[in-house]
Ligand binder design. Structure first.
Ligand SMILES: NC(=O)c1ccc[n+]([C@@H]2O[C@H](COP(=O)([O-])OP(=O)(O)OC[C@H]3O[C@@H](n4cnc5c(N)ncnc54)[C@H](OP(=O)(O)O)[C@@H]3O)[C@@H](O)[C@H]2O)c1
Length: 278
């Protein structure tokens, strides 16, 4: 894909699941940006060692070559990793953190010398180029800085730019959201087996039905410029039919209230993690 803005030289600190997914997306861009991956893991460095256009390093001194640094380590090691990065960063650098639950204020304490800070919340479908990411910048970020950050995520995700105050809500929707669908898929799969279907058949029926329905919902919402899930549900629900029988059971179990409570719990947990609660 040809990008509309030229991508900056970027360094990934951490080339694990999420870092690698972003790198693979960026390598498909034309032109691809200069990419450095800094990771102490020999397995990560081996994985990218022969990848054209990617420099792999263990030493954070390699950050000097980057304009934008993407922090993609586990949140638990964030403070320690930032201590290691600090001597190699300055006002020239923008830093994008994908550390779940770590607010901009904390990042700013960890790395006061960095020019601009951006907090990102991606989700795991980014690994196949179908992610969703929310971005929030600190008060020093201009629109161009956020657009540059968005361009780095777009190969793998749709991007929304939000105020940081909304990041906990976004986390409850799109950050944790894939797990909600996976949990529902598990329940459907178990029920399909219980109805006597073969495992391979059940797997195909569940995964294709969920992925096809999600793609259909997305396309129709775009076409109709509104959220049409209820309308699409009505279209497959004949009065007295099979779907109506199943949906009545969901309603008896108060599915909407359950989902709302679950997402409030996710939002509250995100708020608690941001305050440093264990
Ligand atoms: N919203 C979501 O759904 C979502 C999903 C996934 C991830 N995330 C966020 O993405 C971040 C990364 O997650 P992940 O799953 O990609 O983690 P991961 O696979 O564990 O990758 C992190 C990488 O960082 C490396 N690392 C550790 N210390 C380092 C250092 N000092 N310098 C450079 N690299 C270092 C690790 O090496 P070792 O293995 O040797 O320690 C590992 O290769 C997390 O903060 C997480 O919160 C969000």
């Amino acid at each position: 894909m040809r990008t509309s803005v030229s991508l900056p030289a970027v360094a990934f600190v951490g080339g694990g699941n999420m870092g690698a997914a972003m790198v693979m997306g960026l390598l498909g861009e034309s032109p691809a940006p200069a990419i450095t991956i800094i990771d102490p893991s020999p397995a990560v460095r081996m994985r990218f060692a022969d990848q054209p256009g990617v420099r792999v390093e263990a030493d954070p001194a390699a950050l000097a070559a980057a304009e934008v640094v993407i922090l993609a380590v586990k949140p638990q090691v964030g403070a320690e990793v930032c201590r290691q990065l600090a001597p190699h960063l300055n006002q020239r650098h923008s830093l994008i953190s994908i550390l779940a639950g770590i607010p901009l204020a904390t990042l700013s304490q960890w790395l006061p010398q960095v020019g601009r800070l951006i907090r990102a919340m991606p989700n795991t479908p980014m690994a196949i180029g179908q992610g969703m990411v929310g971005l929030a910048g600190d008060e020093r970020c201009q629109a161009a800085d956020l657009e540059q950050a968005a361009a780095l995520f777009r190969p793998g995700a749709e991007v929304v730019i939000i105020a940081e105050a909304q990041m906990d809500a976004l986390t409850a929707v799109s950050g944790s959201g894939p797990a909600y669908l996976f949990r529902f898929a598990e329940a459907m799969y178990e029920a399909a087996l219980g109805l006597g279907l073969e495992a391979t058949t059940a797997q195909s029926l569940v995964t294709t039905t969920l992925s096809g329905s999600a793609a259909y919902l997305q396309q129709r919402c775009r076409e109709e410029r509104s959220f049409v899930a209820g309308k699409l549900r009505d279209q497959v629900t004949s009065p007295g039919g099979t779907t109506a029988a199943a949906l009545a059971v969901f309603d008896q179990g108060q599915l909407s209230e359950l989902v709302q409570s679950a997402m409030v719990a996710a939002r509250d947990r995100s708020l608690a993690l941001a305050k440093g609660e264990p």
